[in-house]
Each structure stands twice: as C-alpha cells, then as structure tokens.
Design a protein. Structure first.
Length: 455
C-alpha cells in the first residue's frame, strides 16, 4: 500500500466538532476514523471516583456522528480511553451509549471491548519481581497500595487495537490507551514506517490542535505515505502551517524530541516540515527506536473529603496588610478547631488558601507575589477524613475570615464578600494519584483482555 488516509474528528469525544466539516471529510478513500476519549488532565477524581470526563449528552452527540459516518463508509471506528479515565466502569458507560445509538439508528456491527484494569495480584507479582519501574518523581508504593488503591489502569499500545481488528471488530472501544496508539495501530499493521506512523499519530490525536484556530472545533485528515505524511484540517477556514505543526511537539511533553510509547521511543530530532499549500503541511524524518515493552500505570486513591469557600476583598486598607490578616485568620481557625474538637492540622485535616489576584496560580513561586492589585479572590479549602469534618472546619474558616477585623476599622467585619449562597460548599470525595510507574509486560495484551459484542 502506497498511502493511507484517516480522520480524527476532534481531540476528545464530547468536546464537539463542526458537523459540516466532518461530513465533508467522509470521503470513500478514508481507511478509519479514530478519536481519543480521555485524559488524566482533569486530575485523579475521575479515575478514583468513577466519574465521566464529559457529559453524557456531549459524548453521545459526538459518538453518533462518528458511528454513523464510519458505518456508512464501512470502515473501523477506534475509540481510546473510553469515558475519560478508561477504567472498566468508564468503558461500560461508553458501551451503553453505543448500544443506545445503534438502536436508535438501526445500525448493526461487531464491537470489541478492551479492558485496561490489570488484576491486582498480577501487579503485585510484577512488583515482587522488580518489574514495576518508577518514573520521575514517582511516589513510593508497596503491596498494600497496589491491593487497596481505588482504581488502577494501564495505558495500552497500538497492539490492543490491532488485536481487536484482527478479531473482526467494526468498532473498537478501548479502556485506557496512549493517545497516539489509536492512530498508529492500523498504519503500523499495514507496514508503514514506524517513525512516520507514531509522529502522525501524536499530532492527530489532538484533532485540529496543530492548525490555526477557528470559532468551532474541527478535525484533521492525515494522508500517510511511504516517506512522509500530510496534514489537512477538515474545516476549510483552518490552516496548518510549518510553525503550528512543528510546535505540537511541545504539547504535553517534557522532551520535545523524544516521546515514549509502549515498545519504543519516537525520535523527532531529524523531523522536517514543509508547507505544501497555505493550509497543508508535509512531515518526514521521524524515527522510532525500539525499547523493552512497558506500559504506564495510573492509580488513584481516596485522599479524603473536601469543602471550600470563596470570597472577594477589595478594601485597600485590608489589602495593604493582607498577609498579616490572613496569618491571624489561619491561627484563629486552627486554634479554635483544636480547642473544640482536638483536631490537629496535617494530622487530621489540611486547610489551604489561594489568593487569586496576587499568587493564586503560582503560589510561593510567583515572582510578583508582593504586588497587590485592587482586589483579591480568597479561596479557603479543607481536606479531611470525612465530609462532616471538612465542612465543619471550612465553615469555621469562612466565618473567622468574615469577622476577623483589622485595627484600622475597629470592628469585627473584614470586608470579605461572598459571591454565592451557600458560601461554604461540600465538594465530596477527593483523590490523589498514587502511581507514576511503568510495568514490564510479557506481551502487549497481558493487561488488556478483548471480548466482542454484536449489536
């Protein structure tokens, strides 16, 4: 095969995309449609708490268009990291949506479901054998953590999609996978150059993110040839340029020249970018260097329960002594909570503050933290072992901040204003990431069972 053409409608299922541009891209020469459906960008709460990454209505809208388009052309539809976190629960949620759409549209096809939650005892066996390797800044782990962690997923590679397609699947719904695996699987299976396959996939998994933006999200079409690949946005008002495409190597990477995938490393140090028109770019030169086969693990564990309060201050007198005032507030809160309940900070709860308008984003790393503007948004948040305790402390903190006056005003009101009621909000369970490791596998499907369903 001399070339292959495929479509990525959007960066994440549920983000939305322009329907007109998508339909125009559904040409007979398309080989497949692929789309990522998840990320860990939203934090560990989605993985640990079994939550959707996008709303059901938004996911169903996008899947409906993709499913109808793929079935009309008779080509595979590949979805990775289903439901956001790619856990078994998330995968089942997307499968229910797919069945619902197929019934409404009277579609019939074979679906592959690929789970990505490794058996805990299998992980423990690898831990004992020294086959779980920490990545940079990885937390310490032990067997109890692996056994009791709320949820652990492994990020599958291209081989999980290849296995599903080899079993005759028309639609592949995968649990957690690397984003690029979705788009590299079929080209690799067809024998295209691995460097080109993975480089194109790395760009395509973000839809049209490597093109100049428009008001509406849209997708991207990739034409992969023997010695290059060509990128063209679906929306005719969007343009790919050498700069926008090359800059994508900086996105979500710690090293813009070397990107790790299961089974190897993508080396972009010799990549070359050429404008073919005012909206298409050709790319060549990337290499893929084989490594021992590993998959990254993501794990989330319950950290406690949260509550928060948000208020605003624009009193210039209070702002001039803000640090002193906030220190006094925090002392009063911790002292009162200890005297009433015996709860100690750090041991029984954690009370944190963010002062937006001063150093709310970078905290102590903010180089301009002592420059006070005309207002500050103060967020008080509490993490504790149960929701009632978190809410109790957050209410004390909000009430103390409201009534801790300053000498200049000789009263018991701080001029802190709350923009909403209730002004103290319970946030429910909070989770933390507890794994940043890779597992060495015996074979690429070791953690990824595939089974099939007909609809």
């Amino acid at each position: 095969m001399q070339s292959i053409k495929y479509l990525a409608p959007t960066a994440i299922v549920g983000t939305g995309f322009d329907e007109t541009s998508f339909r125009a891209a559904l040409t007979p020469d398309l080989a497949f449609i692929g789309c990522d459906a998840g990320s860990c960008d939203g934090g560990p709460g989605y993985l640990g708490g079994k939550k959707f990454f996008r709303t059901r209505a938004a996911v169903k809208r996008d899947l409906r268009l993709m499913l109808i388009g793929a079935r009309a052309l008779g080509i595979p539809l590949l979805i990775g990291s289903c439901g956001g976190s790619g856990a078994n629960w998330n995968l089942a949620w997307v499968w229910e949506i797919i069945k619902e759409i197929s019934g409404e549209e009277r579609l019939h096809f074979k679906t592959a479901l690929i789970q990505s939650e490794p058996e805990r005892e299998a992980l423990i066996a690898k831990y004992r054998a020294g086959r779980l390797k920490p990545l940079d800044n990885a937390p310490q782990i032990d067997e109890d953590l692996l056994r009791n962690c709320d949820c652990i997923v492994a990020m599958g590679g291209a081989e999980v999609f290849q296995a599903a397609l080899a079993g005759g699947a028309d639609v592949v719904l995968a649990g957690r996978t690397t984003d690029a695996a979705i788009f590299s699987a079929i080209p690799l299976q067809l024998g295209f150059d691995p460097g080109l396959c993975w480089h194109a996939a790395k760009i395509m998994e973000c839809g049209a993110a490597a093109a100049l933006k428009t008001n509406r999200p849209a997708g991207m079409v990739c034409t992969l040839e023997q010695d290059r690949f060509i990128l063209e946005p679906c929306n005719p008002t969007q343009r790919c340029t050498v700069s926008t495409v090359a800059a994508h190597a900086l996105y979500e990477t710690s090293d813009p020249f070397h990107l790790k995938e299961p089974g190897g490393t993508l080396d972009l140090s010799a990549a070359s970018y050429t404008a073919l028109s005012d909206r298409t770019v050709a790319v060549s030169g990337a290499k893929f260097v084989a490594d021992p086969y590993t998959v990254r693990l993501e794990g989330a564990a319950l950290a406690g329960y949260q509550a928060m309060s948000i208020g605003g201050i624009r009193d210039p007198v209070l702002l001039a002594r803000f640090d002193t005032w906030l220190g006094e507030v925090l002392y009063r809160v911790t002292d009162s909570v200890k005297s009433m309940f015996g709860w100690e900070p750090d041991r029984d709860y954690r009370l944190t503050t963010r002062a937006y308008g001063r150093d709310g984003v970078l905290g102590e790393n903010e180089p301009r933290r002592h420059e006070i503007g005309h207002e500050i948004g103060l967020m008080l948040s509490v993490l504790a072992g149960d929701q009632d305790r978190a809410l109790t402390i957050a209410r004390y903190a909000a009430q103390t901040a409201l009534h801790h006056g300053i000498p200049e005003w000789q009263g018991s009101v701080s001029n802190l204003a709350f923009p909403m009621v209730p002004h103290v909000i319970p946030l429910g369970a909070a989770y933390r990431f507890v794994l940043n490791h890779v597992a060495e596998l015996e074979h690429p499907l070791e953690f990824f069972p595939v089974h099939y369903e007909m609809v």
